[in-house]
Design a protein around this ligand. Structure first.
Ligand SMILES: NC(=O)c1ccc[n+]([C@@H]2O[C@H](COP(=O)([O-])OP(=O)(O)OC[C@H]3O[C@@H](n4cnc5c(N)ncnc54)[C@H](O)[C@@H]3O)[C@@H](O)[C@H]2O)c1
Length: 276
């Protein structure tokens, strides 16, 4: 894709953070943006920021097949078939595997992984009508390396990466491109919107305390992340990494596919100490 101008771009989870920044940036570049979020208030704030730019906004829970399909139908009706779907909606959970509930694990998978599957299924027929289209799936640095207390989040983000890398090959001879995005720490509401009971060191934590230490360690703003993502899409990059920590851990993981946790451990200790 050479330009976002006059493209129809659908984004899930656009009421906050990276999704909101992607919507505002795409609108600035001349796209029509269709946004959704589970949170009606924050979605309305994004709508206000979009001003006169052509847009459509719908309250959608990506856990619902029917709501995601209705969103896709509303987009096609208002703007015609979408050229781009950004599967961005996500939540975070910090809890050790042996004490977290199955319900919490399924909550993370249902949004972070199945939400991406639902968005892709709903929009693929629309993307197929164009001679240039793009699927953008938001994974994470934690889709590249595993971290204690993140078993559910890691599983969901590794799954998004696997899905994206397979889909990219299946669609190779078609005009539909697939990018998998791996952000490091981006200063958004991801921690405040999540559930956090244990830190990486296994000690009890709270959402407020983790949010404070997370804010001190983020490397990139949502606007910065959005411009890296759109630049990657415009260059048809299959893999988009964001933040120096992501580049560093990607390299360490390639060099030491089984041994990288030993390199990670001292950093996790510093992060855990900062929380208290
Ligand atoms: N912030 C980071 O450091 C970071 C790092 C790596 C990956 N990510 C990923 O980036 C994506 C965006 O997160 P963010 O950092 O902007 O967080 P955020 O919390 O600021 O935004 C996420 C948005 O998704 C929405 N959402 C949550 N559950 C939903 C559901 N069931 N249906 C519809 N919308 C839902 C939320 O209401 C929120 O508006 C997520 O997939 C996240 O996992 C974030």
């Amino acid at each position: 894709m050479k330009t976002l101008k006059n493209k129809v771009i659908a984004i899930t989870g656009a009421g906050s953070g990276i999704g909101r920044a992607l919507a505002l940036d795409a609108a600035k570049q001349g796209a029509s943006v269709a946004i959704c979020d589970r949170n009606a208030d924050s979605l309305a704030e994004t709508v206000a920021l979009l001003g006169d730019a052509p847009h459509l906004a719908t309250v959608v829970d990506v856990r619902s097949d029917a709501e995601v399909l209705a969103f896709a139908a509303a987009v096609a009706e208002k703007f015609g078939p979408a050229h781009v779907i950004v599967n961005n909606a996500g939540v975070a959970l910090s809890h050790y595997f042996d004490s977290q509930s199955r319900e919490d694990f399924e909550w993370v998978m249902d949004i972070n992984f199945w939400g991406v599957v639902r968005g892709t299924e709903a929009f693929l027929p629309q993307l197929k009508t164009h001679d240039d289209a793009h699927i953008v799936n938001i994974s994470s640095l934690f889709g590249l390396v595993g971290v204690p207390s993140q078993s559910a989040y890691n599983a969901s983000k590794f799954a998004v990466r696997g899905l994206s890398e397979s889909l990219r090959q299946e669609l190779h001879d078609t005009p539909i491109h697939v990018s998998c995005v791996h952000p490091g720490g981006i200063d958004t509401n991801i921690i405040r919107n999540g559930k956090h009971l244990q830190g990486a060191d296994g000690k009890p934590t709270t959402t407020a305390s983790l949010a404070r230490s997370f804010a001190r360690t983020t490397s990139t703003t949502p606007d910065g992340a959005a411009s890296i993502i759109w630049a990657g899409v415009l260059r048809n990059r299959g893999r988009i990494l964001i933040g120096p920590e992501t580049y560093a851990m990607d390299l360490v993981q390639r060099l030491l596919p089984a041994g990288y946790p030993a390199v990670l451990r001292p950093f996790l200790r510093i992060f855990s100490t900062k929380q208290r």
